[in-house]
Design a protein around this ligand. Structure first.
Ligand SMILES: [Zn+2]
Length: 189
């Protein structure tokens, strides 16, 4: 799933009445698993100046980068974080963050094909290659992307009533415009 869809879905799922601070931790947890990918893109595209096709077809798959991606998408490592947050720290905020990371990885489990993460890193190399992908046209990516952008809009309508500050409402509108624009570019190219 795209990072913005993860963010909106997870905030909606983890939102509780009268606890607006949960939104912030759900957001951080939703973005964290994708953070290494943004770092990868920044390093390869802007520092090493790798051409786009080489970046996604070769560099993305080298061991060092894969380990870096797998680290933040590792279900056992997130479970450790969840356990520490809940039992040791007694922190609702970090627990929400860890849950949000887990929800992110659960969605990704079913929506990645040959770019699937090693879900149980560093314990095993197993990667579930789902028959459907959130982007790859060879695996229903064009249909999944359309459903994803529509679901993001629908969930945003629900979330709209939950957000309390004007700034967060504008961010929600902005993220949806970005998501629709991103989908339009994806669908037309
Ligand atoms: Zn992801």
């Amino acid at each position: 799933m795209t990072t913005q869809a993860h963010a909106i879905f997870n905030i909606a799922l983890l939102s509780r009445q009268g606890k607006p601070y949960r939104h912030r931790y759900a957001l951080i947890g939703a973005v964290l698993p994708d953070l290494p990918m943004f770092i990868f893109f920044a390093v390869e595209a802007f520092i090493r100046r790798t051409p786009q096709h080489e970046l996604w077809n070769t560099r993305y798959f080298i061991q060092e980068w894969q380990n870096f991606f797998d680290f933040s998408n590792s279900i056992p490592l997130i479970f450790i974080l969840l356990g520490v947050a809940y039992y040791h720290l007694n922190s609702e905020k970090i627990t929400v963050l860890a849950w949000s990371m887990l929800i992110h990885c659960s969605f990704d489990f079913f929506l990645h094909n040959d770019d699937a993460h090693h879900h149980f890193f560093p314990l095993s190399d197993f990667a579930f290659q789902s028959p459907i992908s959130y982007w790859d046209a060879a695996h229903y990516g064009h249909i999944v992307a359309r459903i994803e952008v529509l679901a993001t809009l629908a969930v945003s309508f629900y979330l709209f009533r939950r957000l309390q500050t004007r700034a967060s409402l504008w961010v929600l509108v902005g993220v949806n415009l970005f998501s629709v624009a991103g989908y339009s570019v994806f669908a037309l190219t």
